[in-house]
Design a binder for this molecule. Structure first.
Ligand code: ADP
Ligand code: MG
Length: 266
């Protein structure tokens, strides 16, 4: 631990990890356990997990591969129901975005976004204008008529973000959306996502296994244990500037905590 006020957590007594979070919450997980598979090949992905996500918060969930991050997002999105425990979901639902943009590759960017608007019931005559507005938000206005398969990885993820915003949910769930991008593109998208978050006031739950990314983006970072996933550390990083010296110090703290956790399982 550094002596820094912005960094709390990981060490016993620093924060209440029985129920890390912010109230009033827009998303809650209470004593959630999630298991996959039947008898004999049962996998406990999450165990007795408690979590509260504050309205308007940008929360990063950080953990090693396989610790249950995607499972958490799927539970929040309502794609799965927990084996035990309770999930409180936002009334307007939650849009989910993945590492793979999952756009229709042969359709142009605008049509991909308009499809999401159509699913939401936006009348045809409003769709075009709304798609244009969303593509401007993610700085894709110049690529509006290009087909997805012609785009760079970063542009695809911008388009996927526009489509997620088109769902108009209060909560946006992002599952390692920038993991496949090069570092320069990723840093640029971090800045743009932070700008968007400030402008739109949406709640974002961002999942990553990259410590630097979590510190650069998150207002709060939760560290998850290896399977089964539980919260084992919390850092408040709202006042920490993206990639500055203070961010590097906190990233070092978190990396040490993550290493301890991995060694415990080695
Ligand atoms: P993460 O996103 O952190 O990598 P996941 O939530 O995808 O982790 O997975 C957590 C654990 O649950 C892993 O051990 C994974 O293999 C297992 N798992 C995930 N989905 C399934 C499934 N559909 N069936 C069986 N096991 C699964
Ligand atoms: Mg995952």
């Amino acid at each position: 631990m550094s002596g820094d006020d912005a960094a709390t957590g990981a060490e016993p007594g620093a924060v209440n990890l029985n129920h890390p979070g912010v109230e009033p919450a827009i998303v809650r997980l209470d004593s959630v356990t999630h298991e996959y598979g039947g008898a004999g090949r049962r996998v406990v992905a999450l165990q007795d997990l408690d979590l509260a996500v504050g309205r308007g918060e940008l929360l990063c969930l950080l953990g090693a591969s396989g610790c249950g991050k995607s499972t958490m997002l799927n539970l929040i999105a309502g794609l799965e129901d927990p084996t035990r425990g309770a999930v409180t979901r936002p009334e307007s639902g939650a849009a989910l975005m993945f590492q793979d943009s999952a756009l229709f590759p042969w359709l142009d960017v605008t049509t991909n976004v308009e499809l999401a608007l159509r699913l939401r019931g936006v009348p045809r005559r409003e769709r075009q204008q709304e798609a244009r507005r969303l593509l401007a938000l993610v700085r894709l206005e110049d690529a509006a008529k290009r087909r997805v398969h012609e785009l760079s990885g970063g542009m695809r993820q911008r388009a996927a973000l526009a489509r997620a915003l088109a769902q108009n949910t209060e909560v946006l769930l992002m599952d390692e959306p920038f993991a496949a991008l090069d570092a320069i593109t990723r840093d640029l998208l971090h800045l743009e996502l932070l700008d968007l978050w400030r402008e739109l006031g949406r709640t974002i739950v961002f999942v990553t296994h990259n410590v630097r990314e979590a510190v650069a983006l998150g207002q709060r970072v939760l560290l998850l244990s290896s399977r089964p996933g539980r919260v084992i550390g919390e850092w408040h990083t709202a006042d920490v500037e993206g990639h500055g010296a203070q961010a590097a110090g906190i990233a070092a703290d978190i990396t040490a905590a993550l290493r301890r956790e991995l060694e415990r399982h080695a």
